[in-house]
Design a protein around this ligand. Sequence first.
Ligand code: GLA
Length: 390
Amino acid sequence: MTIDPILIERTVSAFRRVHGRVPDLVSFAPGRVNLIGEHTDYNDGLAMPCALAVGTLVALGLRSDKRIEANALDLGNASASFGLGSYIPRQENGDWENHLRGIVAGMPRFDLPISGANIVLSGNIPQGSGLSSSASLGVALALGLSALSGEASPDRLALARVAQWSEHEFVGCACGLMDQLASVFGEQDQALLLDCRTLAVRHVPFPADATIMIVHSGVTRGLVDSAYNERRLQCAHAAKHYHLGALRDLDLDALRAGRGELDETVFRRARHVVTENARVLEAAQAMRESDLVSLGRAMFASHVSLRDDFEVSLPAIDTLVECLTEAIGINGGARMTGGGFGGCVVAVLPQNRVSTVQEALSAHWRQHGMEQQMVMVATPATGAHLVSGW
Ligand code: GLA
């Protein structure tokens, strides 16, 4: 996979400028797009994301004084400075710095080594797109800090887990593990079938003549942690109602039979999770058979369920999904992707339909009086790694 050379050049030369020497190493972790399996990960369920070629790059240099000195290039070169004491506090309104503090504080808990470091970081995931810039930041930092401290091949699962821990404890989002797993375990041309209970990662070959298209809805994802955490609580509530540890163990018949006095909204949340797990398996099978018709059908059904049962879509996203679904035709499909409430729509389509679909998108934006939005044509990319040859 090729990381954009401009990103590498920008980050490494900023490191030189700030620290007067070249970095000791450079790490990269990708963002992800989820093809199907939304809001299932924290229900011990199934998801099928893949890693992207965009992500976060971190340049690091060893320090001997047990301090972390960091600069975030994309945030006006914002800086952070703190010691590696036994207690690293979370900062009120710390934003990006809490991502860093969370990783640094979490490394020892996951048996990952940590030492003093100079850090410069930068990324090329469009802001507010819902393509997991925060998971990519966390994983890139965990990998880079571990390698800098002498462990260049750390336990991959520990990298995902520390990044999730940091989100929970320092950033304030009770996310599942999907984004971090995708960032760590991504592979070229493979979607990842994740079992978020066993943490088994199976690779599913992405059809050779198909491509992924990621289209921004024009609505920035932001300040959505409270809605996300509320969905998570509703799912836990439903699991409790059915006397289960997690909604993963529920099927449609049991869902209906045991409904009793369960609140209507909570019932629909649970129904989304149950049906979505089944759709992930259908989609994985369709992908193995290069059956874009069935894959597209599962993707659209996933969207409808997220829109009507889980209620995390928005009108702007729904109309975009409809536009893409119509332009793509039966070979492929589209759906909202990620946590919801803004960000991107993902589509899978035959490569030879890309330009037709792009024309349909331009017409859609003209019709809605909108500017042209980001369109990314992608195939599954490699997971987190150390970068050589810069
Ligand atoms: C966010 C979270 C993930 C997952 C998705 C929804 O991206 O970080 O853990 O729950 O939302 O599928």
